[in-house]
Design a protein around this ligand. Structure first.
Ligand code: NIG
Ligand code: FE
Length: 401
C-alpha cells in the first residue's frame, strides 16, 4: 500500500544531522506500509499510488509523543481537587483518605472492561490534541493481580486504539495498605511482580516514585537492580516535592529518563547529562497542583540534557492531556523556546522512550505519524493553547482524525 501526501505548505521537524528544527517544502511524501519511504521535491506520476492525500497547504509536523502518563485509573479525584482549592497540599490530601491510595481502592473494584471503555474515550482526547504515541504506567493496582490486570489493559488498549501505547510497570507508585510493612511490599515487587510481568512480556519500562514518604534510596536501588536484571529499562519520578538528589540517583542507575525534576540540583542534572539520561519535565502537574515551582527547563538544557516534556496525565496531580497546552506552559514557565518545546514533544520524547530511531521525526524510514496543521508557523501550536488548528492526524500512514 503506497500513500502520497501532496499540496504540503511545509514540513517542520527536528533534523538529527543539522541538530536543529528545520522546515522544508517537498512536493510530496510517499508512505509505504506505514513508513515514510521518500520525501521528494521532483514531480512523480501517480501510477503506483494507491491512496492520495491532499494536505490542503497545511504545515506537517511529527505526531506528538507523550512519554509520561498514568492512564490506567478508574475514577476521578475531583474531591482531592476541591480539597486543594481549600488549601490542602498533595501530601495532606494523601494522608486524609485521598491521593493514590483512593485510586487503588477504586481500580481494584472496577472491571477491566469498564476501565477500557473509560481509557478509550481518553485516548481519543489525546488523539484530538495530536498525540500519536502514549507511554502508559500501571501503578493503581499495587497487588500482583491488579498490576498484571493494569498492564493487560494497556495491551488490550494497544490493540483497540489507533495509536501506540508503551507499557511501564509502576508497582512502586505507593505502598498499599494491605501489606504487612514497607519492606515486604518491596520484596513482593522484586520477587513476584517483576518476574511475572516480564515472563508475560507486559512491560518495557519500570518506574519508581522516589520521593520522601514514598520509596527511599535503598528501596529504589533494590527494585531498579531487579528490574534491570529482568530486562526492563528504568524511569524514575524524582525531586517533585523536594530535592532528594533524585536526578543524581537516576544517572547512577542508568535510567533512560528521570521525570518531574522540579527541585533537582545542578550536580544531579549534570550527572544526568553525562550519563545521557533524558530529562522529562511535567509543567501541567506544577500548574494543576497550584504550585509555582516549575522545573527549570532552561538550566536542564544548558547543562546538556535532552529535554522532553510530557503530560503526567493522572487523576490526582494533572488531568491536562493536551501537549500543545503543556508546550505553552513549558515556554511560559520553564524558560524554554518554542523550538525547544517542539523538539521536547517529538524527537526528545522519543528518546525518553528509546524510540528515537523510529518515531518523532518526519524523515525517511520513520513511522508516518504526521500531524496536519492549519497554521503558518509552529509558534501557533502553543499560542492557540489547544489543538483547534489541527486538521488531521495520521498514524502509521492512516488518517485517524
Ligand atoms: O506523577 N508522583 C506520582 N504520581 C503521579 C501522581 C499520581 C496521583 O496523584 O495519583 C505524579 O504526579
Ligand atoms: Fe507521574
Amino acid at each position: 500500500m503506497i500513500t502520497k501526501i501532496s499540496n504540503i505548505n511545509k514540513v517542520v521537524s527536528y533534523d538529527i544531522k543539522k541538530k536543529d528544527i528545520v522546515s522544508f517544502s517537498p512536493n510530496y511524501i510517499l508512505i509505504k506500509n506505514g513508513i515514510i519511504e521518500n520525501i521528494g521535491f521532483d514531480e512523480i506520476n501517480n501510477e503506483n499510488i494507491d491512496n492520495s492525500i491532499d494536505a490542503n497547504n497545511n504545515i506537517l509536523t511529527p505526531g506528538f509523543i507523550d512519554s509520561h502518563t498514568h492512564l490506567i485509573f478508574s475514577s476521578n479525584r475531583s474531591k482531592d481537587f476541591s480539597k486543594r482549592i481549600s488549601g490542602k497540599s498533595y501530601i495532606d490530601i494523601a494522608n486524609s483518605g485521598g491521593g493514590i491510595k483512593s485510586s487503588i481502592k477504586s481500580l481494584r473494584e472496577t472491571s477491566s472492561d469498564l476501565i477500557i471503555d473509560k481509557c478509550m474515550k481518553e485516548i481519543n482526547n489525546f488523539i484530538k490534541n495530536g498525540t500519536t504515541t502514549i507511554e502508559a504506567k500501571s501503578g493503581y493496582g499495587l497487588s500482583l493481580l491488579d498490576e498484571i490486570r493494569s498492564l493487560e489493559i494497556i495491551k488490550r488498549l494497544n490493540n483497540l486504539s489507533n495509536i501506540d501505547l508503551i507499557p511501564t510497570f509502576m508497582g512502586a507508585h505507593d505502598f498499599p495498605e494491605d501489606v504487612k510493612d514497607r519492606s515486604s511490599y518491596v520484596d513482593l515487587i522484586c520477587e513476584e511482580m517483576i518476574p511475572e510481568i516480564t515472563s508475560r512480556n507486559l512491560a518495557e519500562f519500570c518506574d519508581i516514585f522516589y520521593e520522601k514518604g514514598y520509596f527511599d534510596k535503598n528501596q529504589t536501588i533494590k527494585i531498579a537492580n531487579q528490574a534491570i536484571n529482568y530486562g526492563l529499562d528504568m524511569k524514575l519520578h524524582v525531586d517533585e516535592f523536594e530535592d532528594s538528589d533524585g536526578a543524581y540517583l537516576a544517572a547512577e542507575i542508568n535510567a533512560i529518563s528521570a521525570d518531574h525534576l522540579m527541585h533537582s540540583n545542578q550536580n544531579g542534572l549534570k550527572h544526568m547529562a553525562e550519563k545521557n539520561v533524558a530529562a522529562t519535565i511535567l509543567p501541567g502537574t506544577t500548574l494543576f497542583l497550584g504550585l509555582d515551582t516549575y522545573a527549570n527547563g532552561r538550566k536542564i538544557i544548558d547543562y546538556g540534557c535532552s529535554l522532553a516534556i510530557a503530560s503526567d496525565y493522572n487523576p490526582g496531580s494533572n488531568t491536562i492531556y493536551s501537549l500543545p497546552i503543556i508546550m505553552a506552559l513549558s515556554c511560559l514557565y520553564c524558560g524554554i523556546s518554542i523550538n525547544e518545546a517542539f523538539k521536547a514533544v517529538t524527537y526528545n520524547a522519543a528518546k525518553a522512550l528509546k524510540r528515537e530511531d523510529s518515531i518523532g521525526l518526519i524523515s525517511k524510514d520513520y513511522a508516518a505519524d504526521i500531524l496536519f496543521w492549519d497554521i503558518d508557523d509552529i509558534s501557533e501550536i502553543p499560542y492557540w493553547f489547544g489543538a483547534d488548528k489541527l486538521s488531521h492526524v495520521m498514524k502509521k500512514g492512516k488518517l485517524i482524525l
